[in-house]
Design a protein. Structure first.
Length: 129
């Protein structure tokens, strides 16, 4: 699908901007820490500072941590690399996540959508915990 800017956009689901810590496992020997840039129900973009040799279609393990406690894993599963942006990171699509992880992603998307809609109309002056 070609968007209005003239670039190819193959996303089937809209992505929501979010910054969460993420750990990528490459095989059983290497793990890389990164930061989510955005997420959808079936894909995400991971920002990394390290130079890691990855190719499109490589399968990796994914663990998305809570922003408040990196020991608490919100989403855990497997994914494939769909696009690499040198010097920035890579896009991936989830290939295997459990039901709890799927629910955590949906909850995160709903919270971000509600927060975004709320901010459009009323200034947010307090934090809800």
């Amino acid at each position: 699908m070609v968007n209005q800017m003239g670039s190819n956009d193959l996303r089937s689901q809209p992505r929501i901007s979010v910054e969460l810590p993420v750990t990528i496992s490459i095989g059983s020997q290497l793990t890389v820490k990164g930061q989510l840039k955005d997420i959808s129900s079936n894909s995400a973009f991971v920002k990394i500072k390290n130079n890691v040799y990855l190719s499109v279609n490589d399968e990796v393990g994914v663990s998305i941590q809570s922003p408040d406690d990196e020991d608490k894993v919100l989403v855990k599963g497997s994914a494939c690399i769909s696009r690499i942006v040198p010097g920035e990171g890579f896009a991936l699509y989830f290939t295997k996540i459990d039901e709890a992880s799927s629910k955590a992603i949906k909850k995160l998307l709903n919270i971000k959508k509600a927060s975004h809609a709320f901010k459009k109309h009323v200034p947010l002056r307090c934090c809800i915990s």
